[in-house]
Design a protein around this ligand. Structure first.
Ligand SMILES: NC(=O)c1ccc[n+]([C@@H]2O[C@H](COP(=O)([O-])OP(=O)(O)OC[C@H]3O[C@@H](n4cnc5c(N)ncnc54)[C@H](O)[C@@H]3O)[C@@H](O)[C@H]2O)c1
Length: 298
């Protein structure tokens, strides 16, 4: 039964975070939904397209199945996790959430619009987080009437496997909110948090993206093939995955969008996306998720 508004307001403000909303069901939104459902949380996933009402749970189920096949999850836990995820196209269904994580595509205008809509759809006490890789949290906070309750919560892909979450307070963020989200990520999601300031790329992408772009330039200049560059970094530096394969995993559109934000913020040439990366993105070859990027995926 829905709580009355006063009860809901108290609950959202003071009770442990157990009801989670996620906006966007791409690589990250689906990954965060899966993680949270496996950790026992009640998850509502807001999708922008009708087709995702079926597509998103199917992709999450396939991911859970892979974990069952690897012996990391049993069938009961898989079924329970799936049952905890409710998918909707209606932002209004996020109205009773303690925390909403926005995971839509890396586009400032799209994200600001979502934050503006969330501001109207959920109570003022709800915490709003973004998993943006490179956009300013301050601009997202400006889109709502509760900027002190907006923070960056930057997960990594694959969400279930990678332990880090960057916690990004904006200048107006309330420290108690940041501490609450950090404790939630640590205690409930079993993540390790690193605090970073609100600047493009935070810590990881400010270091990682120039490296990925340098690898793309190397291929573009004919120094070595993608396979050879990846092999060199895997065997020479013990990286689990070379830079081109990693760019394909992140999503080439996401890499180009992050590079664009970094370049806009710092104006340094090593952040500029090389032409061959832009052509792949414009062609729709976005990496593993689209079946083709630097590599072809079956
Ligand atoms: N891919 C990564 O490795 C990675 C890692 C960490 C953080 N991020 C960040 O996470 C966010 C999502 O990235 P992704 O890789 O999941 O992208 P993606 O392209 O896989 O998915 C983006 C999703 O956003 C949805 N969307 C677009 N407009 C929307 C709207 N108005 N309302 C609701 N949903 C909408 C799309 O339908 C799509 O499902 C980005 O901010 C990105 O920078 C990505």
């Amino acid at each position: 039964m829905p709580l009355d508004p006063a009860e809901l307001s108290k609950d959202v403000q003071h009770q442990p975070i157990t009801r989670l909303g996620i906006v966007g069901s791409g690589t990250m939104g689906a990954g965060i939904a899966e993680l949270c459902a496996v950790r026992g949380l009640d998850v509502r996933l807001m999708v922008s397209r009708e087709s995702s009402l079926i597509g998103a749970p199917r992709r999450i189920a396939e991911s859970l199945d892979r974990r069952v096949a690897k012996g990391k999850l049993d069938n009961g836990a898989r079924d329970d996790a799936l049952a905890r995820i409710h998918v909707t196209t209606d932002l209004g269904e996020l109205a009773d959430r303690h925390l909403v994580v926005e995971a839509a595509r890396e586009d400032g205008a799209v994200k600001r619009e979502i934050f503006g809509a969330l501001d109207k759809a959920v109570p003022p006490e709800t915490i709003l987080a973004s998993t943006t890789s490179s956009l300013s949290i301050a601009t997202l906070a400006r889109a709502v009437s509760r900027p002190e309750r907006v923070i960056g919560m930057h997960f990594f892909n694959p969400v279930s496997t990678l332990r880090l979450v960057e916690i990004v307070p904006a200048l107006l963020s309330d420290e108690a909110i940041c501490a609450r989200v950090e404790q939630f990520a640590t205690d409930v999601l079993d993540k390790t948090c690193v605090r970073t300031t609100d600047r493009s790329g935070f810590v990881v992408n400010a270091l990682l993206i120039p490296y990925l772009l340098a690898a793309v330039r190397m291929v573009e200049e004919g120094v070595a093939s993608p396979e050879q560059v990846d092999l060199a970094m895997e065997l020479g530096c013990a990286h689990p995955m070379g830079p081109l394969r990693l760019a394909d995993l992140i999503g080439l559109d996401v890499v180009a969008a992050i590079a664009g934000s970094l370049h806009e913020e710092f104006k340094q040439p090593h952040y500029a996306a090389p032409p061959s990366l832009l052509r792949l993105v414009e062609t729709g070859w976005h990496g593993r998720k689209s079946g083709r990027g630097f590599y072809v995926y079956s």
